[in-house]
Design a binder for this molecule. Structure first.
Ligand SMILES: [Zn+2]
Length: 235
């Protein structure tokens, strides 16, 4: 199993690694990685894998049967190669800020209205939320965006750690996705925004709410009472 370094330290921008396997010339598994694989509503990381003076661009990262596979733009890497990984940090850091912002917004919306989140996708330039809520008024979204923005001005820590699944599931609202079932693993990774939210999550986050900056509502769509959609962006 690849050692997923980003789970412990989301601020790692570079690491050394060894190639464990290569499939079809361009799907590369490493013994350790800083590249986040697509999942949980967060897009994959991009960047480079360098072997001596040859640079391979990482164009996609996914998780397949528990292994993190890096798709590179050209063949040439072989099992046993010593490589150096570098993240496209600008892209990743924006995704970290958006991801933490998304948790704050979801928490305020769910606590305030009883809405259930039915979908959530981070994109490079915006965040999409789908939720079900019978009584709905666009004004309340502005209200929660404003409340989120005032939290982003405060010095509030974000922490992540593992808890035994049974203990984790006792936390109210720890699983916000309406249809999400807890995965079949003994421990859940919890992302805690101190005093604001605790959620089971495998994504990468900033360490302090001040790093988020500010968010702005982009648009809302109504697709029936059980299907509301909202987009916001970092500004
Ligand atoms: Zn999340």
């Amino acid at each position: 199993m690849t050692n997923a370094l980003y789970l412990e330290d989301s601020y790692l921008k570079e690491c050394d690694a060894t190639v464990v396997s290569v499939k079809d010339g361009k799907y590369v598994v490493l013994d350790r990685t800083i590249f986040y694989p697509k999942g949980g509503g967060q897009p994959w990381d991009t960047g480079t894998i360098t072997k001596e003076d040859r640079i391979f661009n990482v164009v996609y990262v996914g998780k397949f049967s528990g292994e993190i596979s890096h798709e590179v733009d050209q063949a040439g890497l072989r099992e046993g190669d010593k490589v150096h990984c570098v993240l496209n940090w600008e892209r990743r850091y924006k995704l970290m800020r958006s991801h933490t912002a998304a948790h704050v917004f979801a928490s305020l919306l769910c606590k305030g209205t009883g809405a259930l989140i039915t979908g959530n996708q981070l994109e490079e330039d915006k965040v999409r939320f789908d939720f079900s809520l019978e009584k709905y008024d666009r004004e309340i979204l502005y209200k929660y965006i404003d409340e989120a923005n005032s939290l982003f001005k405060r010095d509030i820590s974000v922490k992540w750690y593992e808890l035994p699944k049974e203990e984790a599931l006792k936390i109210p609202g720890v699983i916000k996705m309406a249809k999400a079932l807890p995965p079949d693993i003994p421990n859940l990774r919890i992302v805690e925004i101190v005093g604001v939210d605790k959620q089971a999550d495998g994504g990468t986050h900033v360490k302090n709410l001040k790093e988020v900056g500010k968010i702005e509502l982009l648009k809302t769509e109504n697709k029936g009472k059980n299907n509301r959609r909202v987009y916001f962006t970092l500004v």
